[in-house]
Ligand binder design. Structure first.
Ligand SMILES: NC(=O)c1ccc[n+]([C@@H]2O[C@H](COP(=O)([O-])OP(=O)(O)OC[C@H]3O[C@@H](n4cnc5c(N)ncnc54)[C@H](OP(=O)(O)O)[C@@H]3O)[C@@H](O)[C@H]2O)c1
Length: 279
């Protein structure tokens, strides 16, 4: 049985990836910074600690790399990739982001592109997953949604946002089957939706009136300031400007191609997560 090391194992994608891998017959080693993960071997390692990471990598066949966006994310992910190569890992799956590009005006996309470029050149058997905006990220609006609205600087631009459960399912497929070496898969939902359409789906699922308000970037930034560090507020403004320019609206078939099931629609997400958007 192949052993897969899952980083970010307590995170949105990682937590659903563990059962998806187990359903495909893989043994999972969950890497966390301390919390234990039910039903899987847990290994404690911080990406900042190369000795602990090297120890976590011992004896694994495949790796899923996911860390939060942060100014040191590229550096830590590159260090992790080098350690995985040194450990002789035979498959390396990197979680990146839709439209990662070295010259992107969005810092998160530049950071991801830097890691992708490194992974490509160090001789790993690698695959890149580039998911679009997470539908689950809408949960960060739950405080105002409880009051009946959410606001973001996106206007009526559509985004082919994805349910993170489909990212986990696609990652599980890539980690447990062949033919993915050197491939980059862009992962999207089954259609591009505007934030007003998302509001309609949430309204239908919760039975409440939930409105979407377009907000100027300055107002959005002001609402986040104090809750998030400046680099993250600035990065989110860049992300939303990219969405608002209509640059994240392409629909790709990779989820269905890899998993054998259609990508979940925003209406599926709204139904399954309705409790998170209660008044
Ligand atoms: N949100 C979106 O819409 C979106 C879209 C496309 C791509 N992405 C990408 O998805 C990735 C994950 O973002 P997310 O915000 O959804 O986070 P997440 O995966 O839900 O959570 C981050 C995970 O990383 C772990 N972690 C944090 N710092 C760590 C460290 N120093 N060493 C080891 N593990 C650490 C956390 O573990 P603990 O339990 O220890 O905190 C947690 O499991 C980012 O690269 C982001 O660019 C996000």
């Amino acid at each position: 049985m192949n052993t897969v090391l899952v980083t970010g194992a307590t995170g949105t994608v990682g937590s659903a990836l563990i059962p998806a891998l187990q359903a495909r017959g893989a043994a999972v080693r969950a890497m966390t910074r301390g919390r234990s993960v039910d039903g899987a071997e847990t290994v404690v390692a911080d990406l900042q600690d190369p000795a602990a990471v090297a120890s976590a990598l011992k004896g694994v066949d495949a790796v899923f790399l996911n860390s939060p966006s942060a100014p040191d994310a590229a550096e830590l992910q590159i260090q992790f990739a080098n350690l995985a190569r040194d450990a002789g890992v035979s498959r390396f799956v990197l979680l990146s982001q839709y439209a990662a590009r070295a010259d992107s005006p969005v810092r998160f996309l530049r950071w991801h592109a830097e890691v992708e470029a490194h992974v490509e050149k160090i001789g790993l058997d690698y695959t890149v997953l580039r998911p679009n905006l997470y539908l689950q990220a809408l949960r960060s609006f739950s405080a105002t949604i409880a009051q009946g609205f959410f606001a973001a600087p996106i206007g009526d631009a559509a985004v082919s946002a994805i349910d993170t459960r489909d990212i986990s399912d696609a990652a599980a497929a890539v980690l447990t089957s062949g033919g993915h070496t050197g491939r980059t898969y862009t992962l999207t939902g089954p259609r591009a939706v505007t934030h007003s359409q998302i509001a309609e789906a949430l309204s239908a699922a919760t039975g409440r009136d939930i409105a979407f308000h377009d907000a100027p970037a300055e107002q959005f930034a002001a609402a986040l300031t104090g809750f998030l560090p400046p680099w993250q507020v600035e990065g989110l403004i860049e992300d939303y400007a990219h969405y608002a320019r209509g640059e994240a609206a392409e629909v790709h078939t990779a989820v269905a191609d890899l998993t054998g099931h259609p990508a979940r629609d925003v209406t599926d997400f709204a139904r399954d997560y309705a409790a998170d958007f209660a008044a």
